[in-house]
Structures are given as C-alpha cells and as structure tokens.
Design a protein around this ligand. Structure first.
Ligand SMILES: C[S@@+](CC[C@H](N)C(=O)[O-])C[C@H]1O[C@@H](n2cnc3c(N)ncnc32)[C@H](O)[C@@H]1O
Length: 208
C-alpha cells in the first residue's frame, strides 16, 4: 500500500497500480483541483477500486491508514521536511519514504538525519535534461547528528558515477560559483561556499 502525497496528476499511483507494483494507493493533495485531476486519471485508468483519495495537508490524517510507503515528490525540500516534522509523533518504525525535493535538498537531508530517518540510499535521476535528487529513507526514530559540512552532499552522492550525478554536480558547481561571485562583489565572506566549491571540483575530478 503506497501513499502518494501531493499527487496532482496522479501519474505515479496509476503507474504503480497498473503495473501491479502496489495493491492499493492512498492519493492525497492539499488542493481540490489537483486532487480532482488525480481522481480523473485513476478513473480513466480503470483502477478506481484500488484507490482512496484524501484532500489534506501533509500526512497527519493518512498515518492511521498505515501505508507501507509514502512518496513525497515535486515539492521543495523544506515543505517535505515540514510535512514529515508535523507527523513525527505518529510515525511507526520501518515505514519507507521516497522523497524527491525540487530544491533545498541539503535542508531536507539534515532534517532526515537529525530527526529519526535512516537514509538507505540517495540517487540522482536525469529526465528531459533536468536532474532530480531522490532519497529512500525509513523512519527508525534514531537521531544522527553530523558536522554541518556533511549535509552538503551526504554519504551517497559523492560515490555516484552516473551521467545524472555528473550533471547534478556541474549544476551545483555553477550555482556555488555564482554565489561566490555575488558574495565577493558585495564584499561578504564566502568561506563556506569556497569549501563547497572545492568539494564539488574534487568529486567531479573522479569522473575523468
Ligand atoms: C508540483 S506538484 C508534484 C506532483 C507530483 N507529486 C510529481 O512529483 O510530479 C506538487 C503538488 O503537491 C501539492 N502539495 C503542496 N503542498 C502540499 C501539502 N502540504 N500536502 C499535500 N499536498 C501538497 C500541490 O497542491 C501540488 O499538487
């Protein structure tokens, strides 16, 4: 049983149900219009009997339905962290979360390590020329504190050698260097960004 949080077009639950990859799908959105889009997609795919819909903010009202896995994709990292944070007290150990932040992956990563999520894997995927970080994590209520620098790339990304990972590091390097240029122009310290630039350059060297 999966829960697609912020499903919008409903493409993911339709795919999973049609492929037989899940038995039931709990489909949510905070807004009525996207939820109605998901309802229509599910109806058109003929999998209505296996779907349940929730017009709700986050996962608080879904947790009692005990899905085996949640997918929270296509939102900002801070929004995802906020959704998880509000439900922390109700979560049971072992539940799987697949998270795909559109921004602020570092903030999400720090939240996960420090708030009881065991990070099983991180991946970068490339679609239509854009890169997306994906986290696979399980809630286990064990808090893990790391040095600030750890959260920049985490433990998995520096070891990835895919084209997608390379494109992601190049994008991060470009952003970091733009930040450094902006800060230098404004006469501000850019020590942290320069350290991050060095990390990215050394990771990218591994690809040659
Ligand atoms: C950009 S769409 C992503 C759709 C789909 N998950 C994907 O990855 O392609 C983001 C969706 O999340 C919904 N959303 C935003 N904040 C939410 C929240 N706190 N709880 C539930 N849904 C939320 C929005 O209404 C929107 O439909």
């Amino acid at each position: 049983v999966i829960c697609d949080v912020g499903s919008d077009h409903g493409a993911l639950p339709v795919f999973l149900l049609k492929q037989g990859l899940c038995r039931r799908a709990l489909i949510s959105d905070i807004h009525p219009l996207p939820l109605s889009r998901a309802k229509l997609a599910v109806k058109e795919a003929g999998v209505e009997s296996q779907a349940e819909f929730f017009l709700t903010d986050g996962i608080d009202t879904i947790v009692p339905h005990k899905p085996d896995a949640y997918v929270i994709a296509g939102m900002g990292g801070e929004t995802i962290a906020g959704i998880l944070s509000r439900a922390l007290a109700k979560l049971s150990s072992g539940v799987l979360f697949v998270l795909q932040p559109m921004s602020r992956a570092r903030i999400l990563r720090q939240f996960l390590y420090e708030n009881g999520f065991f990070v099983e894997r991180e991946e970068i995927v490339l679609e239509n020329g854009k890169t997306f970080p994906i986290f696979c994590v399980r809630y286990d209520a064990v808090q893990r504190k790391h040095e600030e620098e750890f959260y920049f790339l985490g433990e998995f990304l520096p070891h990835l050698r895919s084209d997608a990972a390379k494109a992601y590091f190049q994008k991060l390097l470009f952003k970091t260097q733009s930040k450094i240029a902006g800060k230098m122009k404004a006469g501000l310290s850019c020590e942290k960004e320069s350290r991050e630039e060095a990390v990215l350059i050394s990771v990218l060297e591994e690809f040659q």
